[in-house]
Design a protein around this ligand. Sequence first.
Ligand SMILES: Nc1ncnc2c1ncn2[C@@H]1O[C@H](COP(=O)(O)OP(=O)(O)OP(=O)(O)O)[C@@H](O)[C@H]1O
Ligand SMILES: [Mg+2]
Length: 179
Amino acid sequence: MGAGKKAFLRKKVTPIFNKIPLEIMNSFEFISYSEKETVALGARLAKHLAVSDIVALFGDLGSGKTTLVKAMAKGLKIKPNKICSPTFVLMNIYDGRLPVYHFDFYRLDDVQEMNLIGCHEFFYGDGVCVIEWAERLGKLMPKEYLGIKLQHQNINERRIQCTAHGKRYQKFLEILQNQ
Ligand SMILES: Nc1ncnc2c1ncn2[C@@H]1O[C@H](COP(=O)(O)OP(=O)(O)OP(=O)(O)O)[C@@H](O)[C@H]1O
Ligand SMILES: [Mg+2]
């Protein structure tokens, strides 16, 4: 085989091989069989959260979003009595190992959406953003984030799917899985 053909084969093979780990780390899902297991996931996530990280939570009423946020916040050394769902105020701020900006967009309507432009200051700021009802953000949704979708299976079971949007979060999932 000539040198030219060998170089051509190398070029063809390398990019495909490089893609495999990225695809594997893009998402994973598992079943949480109890609130305790969801809390354990929150504690694991908290260990790896860093400044400017965004965790977007999706799921129906009572699927476990606030439960997960509370566990993450606790893992970030925030006193449990400080943490409550910000349903009526859109955002709570907690001080821990890092500042945590806890959004809940359940009651968001179009008028309020205009005011939301300001939330981007928090998204790319000095802390961690956790967002309940992130789907309500629509076009304001950041491009890069860790998405967590919670689905009811039965009274104590939730299907939890974590998806990385952006390289930072692919790395995050990789670390989480290998922990
Ligand atoms: N495996 C589980 N994971 C998480 N929560 C569970 C699980 N099994 C039962 N639960 C219960 O489900 C409820 C979840 O409530 P939570 O407030 O966290 O939901 P939410 O998604 O934030 O709801 P909302 O959309 O109203 O804010 C809690 O009462 C919790 O005890
Ligand atoms: Mg909630």
